[in-house]
Design a protein around this ligand. Structure first.
Ligand code: 173
Length: 318
C-alpha cells in the first residue's frame, strides 16, 4: 500500500473540517482485474474519480494479487482496504447470512424501495463493520458447467468446484465438492481434478475457461450479487459531500445492472461459438431443478437464523 494514500484514521480526523482536503480511498476487487465481475467496480472508480475531484478519490489497488479472494472480507472489515468489490460467497466467514443475497428474485432498486437494503446494510455494519454501498450483478444467473454430459439432475460420482453459492444445491444432487477461488478453476479443470464448476452465465469466456468446458446446464438459477463495501470507520469519517459522491456513483452503477439482460444473451452466444454445448432440463425436470435450487438455498439460510431468513425472504423474493 502506498504511503501517500490517506489512511482511514486521517480521513476520520478530516471529517467535518471546513474545506476538508480530498480523501483517497484504497479500493480492491475480489475478481481478477479487467474481468466481468470487476468491470462495474472499475467503471465506478472512474466515475468517482471524475465526479469527486477535490472531495473523494479511489486508488484502485488491484485484485486477488493484492489481497487474496477469501481474505478481502477481512481486509475491508479491518480497514486495510477502504472499499472492496466482493461477493457474499467470499465473506461468509464474517456474514454467514449474506448467502441469502444471491437468492433474491427482485432487483436492488426493489430492495431499496421495500426496506431490504436497510436490513442488508445493517447486517453488514453490525456483523462485519462495513457500509453496504451498492449491488451489481442483478439479472445474471448462475449455472452448472461440466466436462462430461449428464442426463438428469444427478451429480453422484462427480467432483464439482463450488463456493457457498452452489454448495447446498450441488450437495443435494450428490456431488463431491471442492471449494476454490475463481483463480484456481482453470488449473483444476486442466488437471482433471474437477468435472465441472458453478459460475454465472457471464465471465467464462474472459477467464478462458471455455477451453476446458464442454457443457453448460440450463436453466440458470439464483442471481449474482457483487457488492461494494466500505470500511465502516472510513465511511463514518467521510464528509457528507464525499458520502454523496459515493452514493450517487452507486446509484449510477446500479442503474447499469439492467444492461446485464443483453450481455447475458451475448455471452451465451459466445459460449456456443466456442463449442460449449447446452444441456437443458425442460418441462417438469427443469421446474423441479429450479425449485430444488431455491429450496436448498433457503434451507441453508434458515439453518443459520430462521427469523432473519424469513425477514430476508420476505423482501428478496417478491
Ligand atoms: O463461483 C463463484 O466464485 C461465485 O460464487 C461468484 C459469485 C458472484 C459472481 C461470480 C462468481
Amino acid at each position: 500500500m502506498k504511503k501517500t494514500v490517506i489512511a482511514a484514521g486521517l480521513a476520520t480526523a478530516l471529517a467535518g473540517t471546513a474545506g476538508a482536503e480530498e480523501v483517497t480511498l484504497r479500493g480492491v476487487t475480489a475478481f481478477a482485474g479487467g474481468t466481468t465481475f470487476s468491470r462495474p467496480f472499475e467503471a465506478f472508480v472512474e466515475r468517482v474519480n471524475e465526479t469527486g475531484e477535490g472531495v473523494v478519490q479511489i486508488e484502485y489497488v488491484g485484485g486477488p494479487e493484492a489481497v487474496p479472494t477469501f481474505e478481502l472480507g477481512n481486509a475491508v472489515s479491518t480497514g486495510i482496504v477502504d472499499i472492496a468489490n466482493n461477493t457474499t460467497a467470499f465473506y461468509t466467514n464474517l456474514l454467514p447470512i449474506g448467502d441469502a443475497l444471491h437468492l433474491a428474485t427482485n432487483t436492488i432498486q426493489d430492495q431499496r424501495e421495500n426496506g431490504c437494503f436497510e436490513l442488508i446494510d445493517r447486517l453488514h455494519q453490525e456483523q462485519m463493520n462495513v457500509k453496504y454501498l451498492a449491488r451489481t450483478g442483478d439479472h445474471i444467473q448462475f449455472h452448472l458447467y461440466l466436462t462430461q454430459p449428464i442426463e438428469e439432475p444427478n451429480l453422484e460420482g462427480l467432483t464439482i468446484r463450488t463456493t457457498p453459492v452452489y454448495r447446498a444445491f450441488f450437495e443435494d444432487m450428490g456431488a463431491t465438492l471442492v471449494r476454490t477461488a475463481p483463480g484456481e478453476v482453470y488449473t483444476a479443470l486442466e488437471r482433471g481434478a474437477i468435472d465441472g464448476y458453478g459460475w454465472p452465465v457471464q465471465g467464462v469466456m474472459d477467464l478462458g475457461w471455455d477451453e476446458q468446458t464442454e457443457y453448460r446446464v440450463d436453466p440458470g438459477f439464483y442471481q449474482v450479487d457483487v457488492n461494494f463495501l466500505v470500511n465502516l470507520d472510513t465511511w463514518n469519517g467521510l464528509s457528507d459531500e464525499a458520502k454523496q459522491v459515493l452514493e450517487d456513483a452507486a446509484t449510477w452503477t446500479e442503474a447499469k445492472n439492467a444492461e446485464n439482460i443483453e450481455i447475458n444473451a451475448e455471452e451465451a452466444a459466445k459460449q456456443a461459438e466456442a463449442g460449449i454445448e447446452v444441456i437443458t432440463f425442460e418441462g417438469e425436470t427443469g421446474a423441479q431443478y429450479l425449485a430444488d435450487a431455491q429450496a436448498a438455498g433457503w434451507a441453508a439460510i434458515e439453518e443459520i437464523d430462521a427469523d432473519l431468513a424469513a425477514e430476508l425472504k420476505a423482501c428478496l423474493v417478491e
